[in-house]
Design a protein around this ligand. Sequence first.
Ligand SMILES: [Zn+2]
Length: 431
Amino acid sequence: VPDSTNGRLDSWKEIAEYLGRDVRTLLRWEKEKGLPVHTVPGGKRRTVYAFKHEIDAWLAKEQPAEENQQSAIDQPLPTQMFWRRVPAAIWAALGLVLLGFAAFGAYRWREISSPTLTSILQEGNRLVAISPNSSVAWTYEFPGGPANVLKSLVVPNPHKNGAAGVLVTVGLGERSGDALYFFSPRGQPVWQFQSNDTVSFSSGDHKLSWGFNLIGTLQQKDETKILLTTRGYTWWPSQVLVLNMRGEVESRFINSGWIDTISIIESPRGRMLAAGGVNNSHNGGAVALLDASGFSGSSPEEPGSAFECKSCPPGRPLKYFVIPRSELNVISGSSLYPAGGEPAGSTVLVSKHELPGSIGQPPPASIIEFSLDFQLHRASYDDHYWEWHRKLEIEGKLAHSREKCPERDGPPFIREWTPEHGWREIRAPRR
Ligand SMILES: [Zn+2]
């Protein structure tokens, strides 16, 4: 896990990914072995978070690695993805006043002896920066009452030890759209970024207020950049943005459908970003491959389709894949789930849930395997999928067995878009 991640894990899912175990195992460890998990006070549902340094210390003491071989089966995918879906706003009411930030605009990208920070916490309307010895490095009070902090990230300084700064996304709601704040390593607010605009599609103009989802860092040569994904509060579009450390947008990609995951792939053709989500016009899970050194444009759509962007900057992704809905997804009337891709050794695994899961019952999924330069190797459904297939067959909701299933060899095709060929259906080689 790279240093650029926050020291905090914000959900059972993130803790599970960090430990490489399923949530059911974590619940047991919490009860029986004192896994250090904290509960956010208030709220109807239990919302948890954990600190990596506490988990690491606990791991060193408990060494649970030997037990529970079962969990490998519960985790159909490896867990290299270093950051993922941000949990929905977990903090209470907001009321942030966006004043006073312009005054700090002339920030210089130079700090003498930057302090090292391990994590950023929220206490009411205060941000609290924690240093490695668990003491408070600084605090910042949001003016105007409790802020709805979505995510925070300590950006490491690439040139020397210590922090380059702190990124904080704040949920401001549909009316104003969310905001990204940048703080100096010593806690001074430096700039603030919002990205609301009107985007034209074939179906008409949409005034978009963006909700901020994922936040991370991206190394371009020796410069640290900010990777941000946003999605429309009301409408389907979403964005992948790269900002420089002055808060200026350098790359922008608009997808017709929400983007949910992003990961960095070191492909033979260079470093790529794999943005996973859905594609509305093709009604499937989608993965857009973007050049990590710079990109622009929008998702490829059928000309004249309602989702075709008319006002987006020019440009297309390097490649674009759509994984269609499976038979189980269609017959159960389930919603469309986003696809997500992550590197796994010499391959890239793209997965898409086909039915909802629950704690102790992982969702059935499509698993698509690509080479690192995104040639399709294999398309299959996981074991949970076939368990569900059997269950529906017994219940009489499916009239055929797995052996007779038209999709017994996995998803019959994947839609691929390339600049050379446009859209076409591709099939995994027969095995
Ligand atoms: Zn079937």
